[in-house]
Design a protein around this ligand. Structure first.
Ligand SMILES: [Zn+2]
Length: 319
């Protein structure tokens, strides 16, 4: 690795305090009860959760950045409550390495559960850090583990093809990873999402369930229903602003300027469209959602592409 000269990096607006979570302990994690025997763990950037049950621990995701602190957090809670600290079940939210890349730290005989597409993708990726889930489902599956109910549901592709909703009705909690980052804007292409229409629809699917606590996978705090609504408003504003930007950019001068170099013209036009789509939204949400000034232009680029290519907005047919 080589050092980066950080003096050239941009200065950004201060982070709203409400975006930040509780302080981490000396080992670099924070663990706390969500409700009853459901707990969540964070390293300030990533999150996972676990249930302590009479059939052992059910672990929901295993981000490698939290890594061995996951078991430390479980040990801490199990010791305090006099219950088993052994992870007997792992539930995968989706196949991405940054959320389940510590799965191999746990007993290889633990039961691993996830979407059928998660299994297919993990078999494809063949990463020893992420043993494929043997247990799968297609649309819905209800688990009863140690008397605790966990509802798994797949509503179609969004962030990834296999990303699922995990509802814990008896804990008033919903877990949906990499869609809404409570208190923060999404990073890059709507949290690096593969399917933007699916990404835009996912928060409404989450709100259709009854719950109070939201586990989004990022960053340092849990979310509320208001966090989901605010995120929806931010994304809706970007869609609306993208339409206006598509209407407002005239491509002619770019083609005149760059002549035969079509890609230079296309880059000029699309970058300018993304800038115009992002500008009013970044301004509106700076101080409201953390890093609105950092990532809104990147998010706007892909939202604008989806408005053009998925919705066909501004599509022009040669006369
Ligand atoms: Zn992901």
């Amino acid at each position: 690795m080589s050092a980066t000269d950080v003096s050239v990096l941009a200065d950004y607006a201060p982070i709203p305090r409400a975006a930040l979570g509780p302080a981490l302990n000396e080992q670099g994690y924070y663990v706390d009860r969500v409700e009853r025997n459901l707990y969540w763990v964070t390293d300030g950037v990533y999150q996972c959760a676990f249930l302590t049950t009479s059939d052992g621990v059910v672990l929901l995701d295993a981000p490698p950045t939290i890594g061995n602190n996951i078991q430390r957090a479980i040990d801490e809670i199990a010791a305090a409550n006099g219950v088993s600290n052994k992870v007997e079940y792992l539930i995968y939210s989706h196949h991405h390495a940054d959320h389940v890349g510590a799965a191999s730290l746990f007993d290889k005989n633990a039961t691993r559960i996830g979407h059928e597409e998660t299994r297919r993708l993990l078999l494809r990726d063949d990463d020893p850090a992420r043993p494929p889930n043997e247990e799968t489902f297609q649309d819905h599956r209800t688990l009863e583990i140690g008397g605790e109910r966990i509802d798994l549901a797949w509503h179609g592709p969004n962030h990834s093809p296999d990303n699922i909703l995990i509802h814990l009705p008896d804990h008033d909690t919903l877990m949906l990873i990499d869609i809404v980052n409570p208190g923060w804007v999404p990073i890059y292409q709507s949290n690096l999402s593969e399917d933007i229409p699916g990404y835009l629809e996912a928060p409404a699917n989450a709100l259709a369930y009854s719950w109070k606590h939201f586990i989004g996978g990022h960053n340092g705090r849990l979310g509320t229903r208001d966090d989901i609504t605010l995120h929806q408003q931010y994304m809706a504003d970007l869609v609306e602003s993208s339409r206006k930007a598509i209407d407002s950019v005239d491509g002619t001068p770019y083609y005149q300027q760059f002549g035969e170099n079509s890609w230079a013209a296309v880059k000029g036009i699309l970058d300018e469209t993304a800038r115009r789509a992002a500008a009013p939204v970044a301004e509106k949400y700076t101080g409201v959602l953390a890093a609105a000034d950092v990532f809104t232009e990147d998010v706007a680029f892909q939202v604008m592409q989806s408005v053009r290519l998925d919705l066909g907005y501004g599509s022009w047919v040669h006369p």
